[in-house]
Design a protein around this ligand. Structure first.
Ligand code: FEO
Length: 397
């Protein structure tokens, strides 16, 4: 039997860890699992913030019952309807038929659409308040972070922000649930990966949400995934990180993502990486696209302002895994990247042409002269690769 964890007086953590799923959304790798966070405020009235993935309903409902300690459940506040959080709504309603479901108009439509529930729902609007007694909830609509119904709920007495997916991370919670109970450093890379994989397309809505939150004094950020942020410096850090990511601002580093069947294109990637280092670029991340998960490649593209892509020609097109990566970059509207590219072919070149088209489509700034190699690297192509690396290093420095 698992018990709720007290975060502070009257606030309980009811979240669960998923170390079983291989892929989040059936797309994104989860080597360290993920947590689905849910919270209960126990006041004159009780309010549950989010449920959890349906696979964990049983343990979640047990925790809820224990935390309620005989009280009735008055409200379920839904900040986000994606089923990793809304999955247990149907069972919750069966167990607590009188619970009032609180959400904005889009949320309540989805509650009906996903779970066939259309009674006992309360539609709230921007800035509406819900008093629980000692504690008071205010609702902030933050659409498209990263679904249309996404919102955040701010508890004004203890200054707790229930932020939905925003400021969340991949990675299950290994014992500690707050930043103060752990060394939270390991979660920051996983926050960037979560952001780039899940939220990345919606930089502008995230900026609007951050503007809306800016006047709030925040003592706790209770997200739907990963640690609860309670230390001022960490709260500032996660908010700054979201600001930076949603402005597509990269650090001074270069990602080299390449495909290679027999190692020739890879050799060119190695030459470029070595020269970048010679030129003083310290953050260079190489990804063999056939080996690295796209989830991590995207994370690193969000982290760094330089991107170099290399691809062989395959069936008169790009190497398939490179094409797949480009579609993911395009799908996220990533901006402001310095872009270099190179490619290879055996009898007829197509890769470099397609990479040029991609650069034009996404409006990346092309750096240096693209290198196109026939079969294996000859001295002239070696020199061209060096020049490409020098041009990129110049931009990065
Ligand atoms: Fe964690 Fe958008 O669901």
């Amino acid at each position: 039997m698992l018990k709720p964890i007290k975060i502070k007086e009257d606030l309980f953590y009811l979240g669960v860890n998923d170390r079983t799923k291989a892929l989040f959304e059936n797309l994104w790798t989860l080597p360290k699992g993920v947590s689905y966070n849910s919270y209960l405020i126990c006041d004159d009235k009780t309010a549950l913030i989010e449920t959890v993935d349906i696979c964990y309903s049983d343990v979640f409902l047990q925790k809820l019952e224990t935390a309620l300690a005989g009280k009735s459940l008055d409200y379920l506040v839904i900040n986000h309807m994606e089923p990793d959080h809304s999955g247990s709504i149907g069972l919750l309603r069966t167990k607590y038929p009188n619970v009032q479901i609180v959400g904005n108009k889009r949320t309540i439509e989805m509650v009906n659409g996903f779970y066939g529930i259309n009674a006992g729902t309360n539609i709230i609007n921007e800035g509406d308040q819900l008093s629980l007694g000692k504690y008071n909830l205010v609702f902030y609509l933050t659409p498209m972070v990263h679904w249309p119904e996404t919102m955040m709920t701010y508890e004004t007495t203890d200054k707790v922000l229930f932020s939905g997916d925003a400021f969340g991370t991949f990675g299950a919670l290994d014992g500690g649930i707050t930043d103060a109970q752990m060394h939270p450093e390991k979660y920051f890379n996983e926050m960037v990966r979560y952001y780039s994989n899940i939220v990345g397309k919606f930089g502008s809505p995230v900026q609007k949400a951050l503007e809306k939150l800016a006047p709030l004094d925040i003592n706790y950020i209770c997200s739907t995934h990963g640690p609860i942020w309670t230390i001022k410096e960490e709260i500032n850090r996660v908010v700054s990180l979201y600001d930076k990511l949603s402005r597509y601002e990269g650090d001074n580093g270069v990602v080299i993502a390449y495909g290679s069947m027999y190692g020739n294109t890879e050799q060119m990637a190695e030459v470029i990486a070595t020269e970048l280092a010679q030129q003083g670029v310290k953050d260079i991340v190489m990804h063999n696209v056939s080996k690295s998960s796209q989830s991590y490649i995207l994370r690193d593209i969000f982290k760094y302002k330089g991107l170099i892509v290399g691809s062989p020609t395959y069936n008169n097109k790009l190497f398939p895994e490179i094409e797949y990566l480009l579609s993911k970059i395009e799908g996220r509207d990533i901006k402001n990247r310095y872009f270099g590219y190179f490619g290879s072919f055996t009898w007829a070149g197509a890769a470099v042409k397609r990479l040029a088209q991609f650069a034009e489509d996404v409006k990346f700034e092309i750096v240096g002269t693209p290198v196109e190699m026939k079969q294996a690297m000859q001295p002239d192509k070696y020199e061209e690769a060096i020049e490409l690396a020098k041009a990129m290093a110049e931009k990065i420095k």
